[in-house]
Design a protein around this ligand. Structure first.
Ligand code: HEM
Length: 128
């Protein structure tokens, strides 16, 4: 009788759910006058794919992100961009819309949101 553990990734509905969150998030970024200029590429699709795979891996899903990109090193990867407190707030506003669209249970939502707010704070690297 093996004990079966379910990852947070699986319990929220796997890649489909994470894609939904990230798609809605990037719709917000695409229309954001503060955030959009920070993204180096014309096409936000590849950035959306990287965030999707990163979040899938973070929550216990497949490790495709690190197979393709190596160790996340998110502070270092964000160093080229001025992540100010207002950029953080915008980022979180769009992430909140993504989470709302995913309609997680209140407990799941709280867990995902707590992570997003902490991670966003950790990535602030510039004053206003
Ligand atoms: C707080 C405000 C934030 C800003 C302004 C910001 C901005 C950016 C920008 C401009 C990029 C480069 C886009 C690209 O890959 O082409 C990027 C990449 C990325 N960001 Fe953020 N970000 C923020 C917060 C976060 C947070 C909280 C997370 C994780 C929860 C995150 C995860 C990622 C990941 C995984 C990548 C791709 C890294 C790679 O593999 O190259 N970011 N971000």
């Amino acid at each position: 009788m093996g004990r079966v553990t379910t990852s947070f990734y699986e319990s929220i509905g796997g890649l489909e759910t994470i894609r939904r969150i990230v798609d809605v998030f990037y719709e917000g970024v695409a229309d954001d006058d503060l955030l959009r200029p920070l993204y180096p590429e014309q096409d936000l699709g590849p950035a959306a794919e990287r965030l999707t795979l990163f979040l899938a891996q973070y929550w216990g899903g497949p490790t495709t992100y690190s197979e393709q990109r190596g160790h996340p090193r998110l502070r270092i990867r964000h160093a080229p961009f001025a992540v100010t407190p207002s950029a953080r707030d915008r980022w979180l506003k769009h992430f909140r819309a993504g989470l709302d669209a995913a309609e997680l249970t209140p407990e799941q939502d709280q867990q995902f949101w707590a992570y997003a707010t902490h991670a966003a704070q950790f990535l602030v690297n510039s004053p206003e």
